[in-house]
Write a protein that binds this ligand. Structure first.
Ligand code: DX5
Ligand code: ZN
Length: 218
């Protein structure tokens, strides 16, 4: 049984008052924040770059978990680390089998923790070889690009496969994680929950966070 942590996803925050939102996350008990980077190419949306990560870094000492939904991830790893990312998660679909070991090594050499993300239709079995080299694996439980989408249940057996093969590896889930789906994904073995809408629209985000973290991952 592993403790569970919530990462508020800033994609659902009010960007006109980002500093205050970040402080509120810390006051609510969050220890990590999730930052979604989109390039309009790997996903059909555009969000923030290293510039905003650098401003977040000045605003908080919380762990900054940067999710790169960008085609040319390797080109920007150094920039995001220099901006203050504590963890950098790259998509296996963006990097590809041939470049993956090199990309992982590049994140590692930057000093950031290394995350690998899988889209909902990607079979993790083809990538199990890489998991001993990383610090966390992240399952997209929606098609990446936007907050507020519905959870895709067909990802659940894939979470269980990876949890069984890697009992100690942090497993993060991202997309449609809320009061309904948290009992399901934690039972499957996920111990890190990225929550955008569910966290930021809750009338009592601190209460939501406490409730979510009262679960344990199998
Ligand atoms: C979607 C992003 C998510 C997003 C999740 O592509 O990767 O981090 O913020 O939002 P919710 O929790 O609202 O599904
Ligand atoms: Zn994300």
């Amino acid at each position: 049984m592993r403790p569970v942590h919530v990462l508020p996803s800033l994609l659902s925050a009010d960007f006109t008052r980002l500093g205050a939102e970040v402080s509120a996350c810390a006051a609510a008990g969050a220890r990590m924040l999730h930052v979604d980077v989109m390039d309009g190419h790997f996903v059909p949306n555009i969000t923030v770059g290293p510039f905003i990560v650098a401003h977040l870094r000045r605003a908080t000492s919380l762990h900054l978990d940067v999710h790169l939904m960008i085609t040319d991830a390797q080109k920007y790893i150094g920039d995001f680390r220099a901006a203050g990312a504590d963890a950098i998660t790259i998509h296996v679909e963006a990097v590809g089998q041939r470049q993956l070991a090199q990309a992982i090594a590049q994140v590692r050499a930057s000093g950031a923790a290394v995350g690998l993300a899988f889209n909902p239709d990607t079979d993790p079995e083809l990538w199990l070889w890489a998991l001993p080299q990383v610090d966390l694996v992240m399952f997209m439980t929606v098609y990446p690009g936007f907050g507020g989408q519905a959870f895709i249940p067909s990802v659940r057996p894939r979470i269980r496969v990876v949890r069984k093969a890697f009992p100690l590896l942090p497993i993060q889930v991202d997309g449609g994680i809320n009061r309904e789906t948290i009992p399901l994904v934690t039972a499957d073995g996920a111990d890190r929950l990225v929550c955008g809408n569910a966290y930021f629209t809750d009338a009592d985000p601190a209460g939501f966070l406490r409730w979510a973290e009262s679960h344990h991952a199998s």
